[in-house]
Design a protein around this ligand. Structure first.
Ligand code: ADP
Ligand code: ASP
Ligand code: MG
Length: 413
């Protein structure tokens, strides 16, 4: 007998028929003798609808009320699933985040889990019931409802699996595993049977939304095996596990893209110590997350330089305003923003032991007529920023060039 945490995403609980199917699957797991804790997302489209409502009232909604609103979708789906389980003859009980002491910090909209209670869930399992837990939500130390950022139900599930020392955390979704590229974009993408936490962490943080980044961080820290699989069939999915020796043989494991960043350039800033600190301090004070940063070599004649960085698209306007204020104080010539960019990345632990990946990536992109605006590398990834209109093309040509296509992709035809 095992303890299994099963998480079902929005599409998997998209209507009442699908919720009944989820109940049937959970019932089968239980009939096989396992204890089950289920985590569910809001029904497909519901969180987007709620977010839109908030913005219809206020362009900068108060975090506390935003979280009360957007966490409500999960309250509906847990109750419906508990009802469906009961109808299927399986005793079940639903729980909101605060009812199981899912304690987070106070960063509304993207709170971090600080601790998870296990007593209530253990007692539920001990009574022979299925616990159905609302994903995505928690409560801070002052009793305010918080949410964990979009896609946060994955993190709820893996955090619960860690707290309960579950044998596995199963992530049921609308694709049957983690692929070498978003299977909706690249027809020839292939399922990756086993992937290391480290690679999955990069893939998630570089745009593959199949798992939320923080869920992988939890999985890695507490060594929770994560099985990403389809809600709609029984096929074996992808396992996210500690790195195995053979994994380094593959140089590029997957290609990802992210269209959610904007580029800001502060041009002609005096090249003096302390300037970069001023720029990034002001962004940090506004809680704007900066991703890539480039500082050009100083313009030789006049001792000025250009500073370019990327921020989430939703922070672009605020970052631009901050930089415009700062530009006059610093004596910078100009500030520019561009939201029509995309970050395309190749990821693989094999890059540690193979050279030439960056050169090949740049050659392939330039061969397809693309201009590279920014570059960032780490031990196991290379990212470039390009014009957003070329995103799909870039992913497809890189997927093909690094030998990941199962069959000729559109770009290769
Ligand atoms: P859920 O609602 O179940 O949480 P998500 O929409 O958050 O599902 O994540 C699943 C989606 O992630 C897939 O539909 C797929 O389009 C996308 N995706 C992006 N990159 C990848 C990848 N490399 N492998 C698998 N899916 C990916
Ligand atoms: N319902 C939330 C969202 O749409 C959380 C999740 O689905 O994981 O982001
Ligand atoms: Mg998701």
């Amino acid at each position: 007998m095992a303890l299994i945490v099963q998480k079902f995403g929005g599409t998997s609980v998209g209507d009442t028929e699908r919720i009944k199917n989820v109940a049937a699957r959970v019932a089968r797991t239980r009939a096989a003798g396992h204890d089950v804790v289920v985590v569910v997302s809001a029904m497909a489209g519901e969180t987007n609808r709620l977010v839109k409502l908030a913005y219809e009232i206020d362009a900068q909604p108060i975090g506390r009320e935003y979280d009360v609103l957007v966490s409500s979708g999960e309250q509906v789906s847990i109750a419906l699933l508990a009802l469906a389980l009961d109808r299927a003859g399986v005793p079940a009980r639903s729980f909101l985040g605060h009812q199981i002491s899912m304690i987070t910090d106070t960063t509304h909209g993207r709170a971090r889990i600080e601790s998870v209670g296990s007593d209530v869930l253990e007692a539920t399992l001990a009574r022979g019931e299925i616990a159905v837990v609302a994903g995505f939500q928690g409560i801070d130390k002052d009793g305010n409802i918080t949410t964990l950022g979009r896609g946060g139900s994955d993190t709820t599930a893996v955090a619960l699996a860690a707290a309960l020392k579950a044998d596995v955390c199963e992530i049921y979704t609308d694709v049957d595993g983690v692929y070498t590229a978003d299977p909706r974009l690249v027809r020839g993408a292939r399922k990756i049977p086993r992937i290391s936490y480290e690679e999955m962490l990069e893939l998630a943080s570089l745009g593959a939304k199949v798992l939320q980044t923080r869920s992988v961080e939890f999985g890695m820290k507490y060594e929770v095996p994560i099985h990403v699989r389809s809600s709609f069939d029984e096929s074996e999915g992808s396992w996210v596990v500690p790195e195995e020796e053979t994994m380094e043989q593959v140089v590029v494991r997957a290609v990802t893209y992210d269209k959610n960043e904007a580029r800001i350039s502060v041009l002609g800033v005096p090249d003096r110590p302390g300037i970069a600190a001023r720029v990034f301090d002001s962004l940090a004070d506004a809680e704007i997350v900066v991703d890539m940063i480039i500082q050009n070599a100083s313009h030789e004649r006049d001792g000025h330089t250009d500073l370019t960085f990327t921020v989430p698209k939703e922070s672009a306007t605020q970052a631009l305003e901050l930089m415009q204020q700062l530009a006059s104080e610093l004596g910078a010539a100009e500030v520019r923003a561009d939201s029509n960019i995309a970050k395309v990345s190749v990821v693989g632990v094999g890059m540690r032991s193979h050279s030439g990946v960056a050169a090949k990536m740049f050659r392939v992109l330039s061969g397809a007529g693309m201009n590279i605006q920014m570059i960032a590398t780490s031990e196991i990834k290379i990212s470039v920023v390009i014009d957003e209109v070329y995103t799909e093309l870039a992913v497809r040509v890189l997927h093909q060039a690094f030998g990941l296509d199962a069959e000729p992709s559109v770009a290769a035809e």
